[in-house]
Design a protein around this ligand. Sequence first.
Ligand code: GMT
Length: 372
Amino acid sequence: MKIGITCYPTYGGSGAIAAELGIHLSQRGHEVHFVSYALPFRLPTFQQNIFFHQVETMSYPLFEHSPYTITLAAKMVDVTQAEGLDLLHVHYAIPHAVSAFLARETLGGRVKVLTTLHGTDITLVGTDPSLHSITRFAIDMSDQVTAVSSYLELRTRQTFQPNRPIRVIPNFLDSARFRPGREAEARHRFARPGERILLHLSNFRPVKRVTDVIRIFAAVRQEIPGKLLMVGDGVERTTAQHLVRELNIEKHVVFLSRQEDIPGLMKIADLFLLPSELESFGLAALEAMSCGVPVIASRVGGLPEVVEDGVSGLLYPVGDVEGMAQGSIQILADETLHDRMAQAARQRVLDHFDADQVVPQYEALYEELLED
Ligand code: GMT
């Protein structure tokens, strides 16, 4: 098949999934064309069967803001015609599903549109009163819609009452790349012998509650020597750094900003912290689990579908810093419990979230769409 993929190219789970999907589809013999304003952050610059088409931003004295929705739709039309695309698979509803609808209508329906909902496109952006109607319209007008968790599917139905079913296809990863391995040398770069490594990875948006991460670590350190690696960057980083200074734990917290080698960092961790306000899925938790790292997270959104409470990690109410700290200490202090959870976490990924299991679900849906 010839598949067009559109996503946000910036640091975030939806872009990561879109890039990973493109890579796996290309390896399975499909031709994949990415259409976006920049190369998605996890997409290699050259890969057989993968092509990138940049949407140019348009400037004109009349436009205070570039009309991206329109220029994206126009590019989708061009690429579909020039490359003979069968379908457009857009990740994140706003504005991508609207652009894809415009492109399909411009082409007289000669291309199919699949929209994958990722989370904040429904829970935050789409629920804004100014965007509610257009989000519902974009969902209804897509030829198929998927959500990355049952939670998100339910939330979409409740919020928009769409007149079409929404299928759940979970997020996934390449378990051969995200695999366990304690690489002692890399561990020694950050921690002394006997110290445990706790890790957080996100885009440091308010929804991630990064200050909870710092407070959990500060409480854990009272009992267990360790280091906290803060991977990623975003608006809350400065606040988090202030808190680290206030709590006098600068020597024990390392802010690593954005990193390329996420599996390399994940696998040296002993525990992953994700105390988010909301996650429709929590891809970073899945990446940690695949590397054999137990997770401490909030019992919210789609996270319980990823992390089995008491099996591959522990879940707590949002904001329960004390509970999360106690849970962390419990896991880190008990080697047997830690190893059992680490193995269960890895096994859960292999059983349910490996690319080899999930990518064929998208392929089957594409085929169904094209048969219609
Ligand atoms: O965080 C966002 O604002 C958007 C989005 C992204 O691009 O990272 O995150 C969502 O999609 C991810 C991939 O499907 C999920 O793993 C995240 O849980 C979800 N974020 C939220 O629901 C806050």
